[in-house]
Write a protein that binds this ligand. Structure first.
Ligand SMILES: Cc1cc2nc3c(=O)[nH]c(=O)nc-3n(C[C@H](O)[C@H](O)[C@H](O)COP(=O)(O)OP(=O)(O)OC[C@H]3O[C@@H](n4cnc5c(N)ncnc54)[C@H](O)[C@@H]3O)c2cc1C
Length: 565
């Protein structure tokens, strides 16, 4: 069973505490029950009960304190973080979000040399505190260069901070808000911590209607001493981007959790609804939509798990994670939207009902592609790796499944964010060659045509400056990287080959769709258009395979799980 099934939790952990964290968290939500879960969601109730549970069980202390900074059971372990994020998303994005913005707030702290703030943070985590990440400002969105939060030096050498931050989760209660700004005298960037209880900190409002508190806050002459400063200059800039590197990976897991719960609910409803004397799941289009939804969801999980292996194995010499991580962020989260769309087409009116999990899933799944860097920002990043990925493969050590209980030290010591174009990758063709499956072969042929387009009709100077054109190219490149990670993990997890071929049936169709989009771009040349047309292929149809996947994997889940009412 690849998907999370909370009642049959059987994930491998090297220590009892990790399993306990997952089981207790599942138990909390099942005890709370679906009715309360939904009522709190609709009433936008602050999730004090969840945070009290987190405090009692020391969950964030265990999960979010790097080894050596806190108790024995604490380590930053992406293997267990993946499932924790998945479980929180499974029960509601709001619970995931309060944890997620704490993770972001902790990033600049654990990356800092400020031992005193780190000591205090470890204690605060033990005490059940939450944290916040004050990066965004109302007027500037993704443009961090324009940040206006300012630290002005005082005669005694300390600073006064002035400015506003916007869209800052947990800004109402965070014990420490890691805040990004500039030093007025030198123009250098700076990360410093503030306390949301301080009289010079004003929590202006919640900018959303939700259980989440996504604050606008203001610092007015907030006193900042040397002891409150985490990073200065380039280090502060690096801490911002490196923290987002850690955090944005978790968005994929929220999508996976949301889709998994929504899937159980949707297939259960459809399989038990009789129309014209037959079950809704007997309609060929309903079967096709559910099969695609399931194939996409399994792919999302395999890809995100594989990317975690590379994150955990990263080092100054191996920075492949800097490609795989935005692929998870951008692709897994947008695939999540597709999964929900497919299922919603089938369950139709049911997806609006207030008592369903699905109703919240349909709303929340939209958020994940947009937070911590939009799809555009991530594709713009991803295309920087394309030349080396396709045309300069390197011999690199194979990365195994990383389910060992180590602390992911490198994530807090990622170093400068420069040099992306120099990062090398192993040859993706190797894993494709190990899968002798019709649709995998077809996908690799499409990839060959795409590569040929890049050499025979490479984007000209105008196209290289045209983000709209680059995004269309980037969609196809992202799909290839996604398929590579998926195959690597299908091998590790010994996934049913019929299911793998079914997933590639979907990917071949996606490849064709993206080729049509690239073909239609205003500046595409004759050579590029010709290659695009050759990328459009029909998947290899195998009715027996599709029927078996439907029966054994998809329809088989119709009564698998229902949340405790
Ligand atoms: C619910 C919620 C919670 C949030 N929580 C936090 C938080 O806790 N802390 C925090 O600091 N922030 C938080 N944010 C802010 C969030 O990270 C930003 O919304 C996000 O970075 C995008 O900024 P924007 O929406 O203002 O879009 P803009 O930056 O205004 O972008 C506008 C458009 O330009 C495009 N664009 C921008 N730059 C580029 C580029 N370089 N290349 C290509 N296209 C580009 C974008 O794709 C987008 O389509 C939160 C936002 C929301 C909605």
């Amino acid at each position: 069973m690849i998907l999370l099934q909370p009642r049959k939790h059987d994930r491998k952990y090297p220590d009892e505490r990790s399993r306990e964290v997952m089981l207790r968290t599942i138990d909390f939500f099942e005890q709370k029950g679906k009715r309360r879960l939904k009522a709190d969601d609709h009433a936008a109730v602050w999730y004090a009960d969840f945070l009290e549970f987190v405090r009692e069980e020391r969950l964030f202390a265990t999960m979010c304190t790097p080894a050596g900074e806190g108790a024995e059971d604490a380590r930053w372990d992406t293997w267990r973080i993946c499932e924790f994020a998945e479980i929180l998303g499974f029960y509601g994005l709001q619970y995931w979000y309060t944890w997620q913005v704490s993770v972001l707030g902790l990033g600049p702290i654990w990356m800092s040399d400020n031992a005193e703030v780190k000591r205090k943070t470890a204690q605060l985590l033990e005490d059940g505190a939450i944290f916040a990440f004050g990066l965004s400002e109302k007027a500037h969105g993704a443009d961090l260069y324009s940040s206006e939060m300012t630290l002005t030096r005082q005669q005694d050498g300390s600073y006064r901070a002035n400015g506003r931050k916007y869209y800052i989760g947990n800004g109402n209660r965070a014990a420490l808000v890691s805040t990004f700004g500039k030093l007025a005298d030198t123009g250098e960037y700076c990360f410093f911590v503030v306390n949301s209880e301080h009289p010079n900190y004003t929590c202006v409002k919640n900018v959303v209607h939700s259980q989440n508190y996504v604050s606008e806050f203001e610092l007015r002459d907030y006193p900042v001493g040397e002891g409150d400063i985490l990073h200065r200059g380039d280090e502060a800039w690096n801490a911002a981007l490196n923290t987002v590197n850690i955090g944005k990976f978790n968005l994929g897991w929220a999508s996976i959790g949301i889709c998994t719960h929504a899937f159980y609910e949707a297939i259960h409803h459809a399989a038990h609804r009789t129309l014209y004397g037959m079950q809704v799941t007997d309609f060929p289009h309903a079967k096709a939509l559910f099969t695609d939804a399931y194939a996409r969801l399994v792919a999302m999980k395999l890809v995100a798990l594989r990317a975690a292996d590379y994150m955990r194995s990263a080092s100054p010499e191996d920075r492949r994670y800097l490609l795989y991580n935005p692929v998870v962020k951008m692709k897994v989260t947008t695939q999540g939207e597709d999964v929900i769309n497919h299922m919603w087409d089938v369950i139709a009116a049911k997806g609006f009902e207030k008592d369903t999990y699905f109703e919240a899933a349909a709303r929340d799944i939209r958020a994940l592609p947009k937070l911590e860097g939009t799809v555009h920002v991530n594709i713009a990043l991803i295309v920087k790796f394309m030349a080396n990925y396709f045309f300069a493969p390197a011999e690199l050590a194979a990365v195994p499944r990383r389910d060992d209980p180590s602390n992911d030290d490198f994530l807090f010591d990622q170093g400068p964010t420069r040099g992306l174009g120099k990062i090398r990758f192993h040859d993706p063709g190797e894993v494709f060659a190990r899968f002798d499956l019709p649709n995998v072969r077809l996908f690799w042929e499409q990839t060959g045509v795409f590569k040929a387009m890049l050499t025979e009709g490479p984007p000209d100077e105008g196209q290289r400056k045209d983000i709209d054109f680059l995004l269309a190219v980037g969609e196809i490149f992202t799909l290839v990287v996604y398929a590579q990670l998926l195959l690597e993990n299908a091998e590790i997890y010994e996934v049913d080959r019929g299911l793998v071929d079914q997933i590639f049936d979907v990917l071949v169709r996606d490849f064709s769709r993206f080729a049509v989009q690239l073909h239609g771009k205003p500046s595409s040349t004759e050579t590029q258009m010709d290659h695009c047309l050759r990328m459009i292929r029909k998947p290899v149809v195998d009715e027996a395979r599709t029927e078996r996947v439907w029966t054994e994997h998809v329809h088989a889940l119709r009564d698998e799980y229902e949340m405790n009412p």
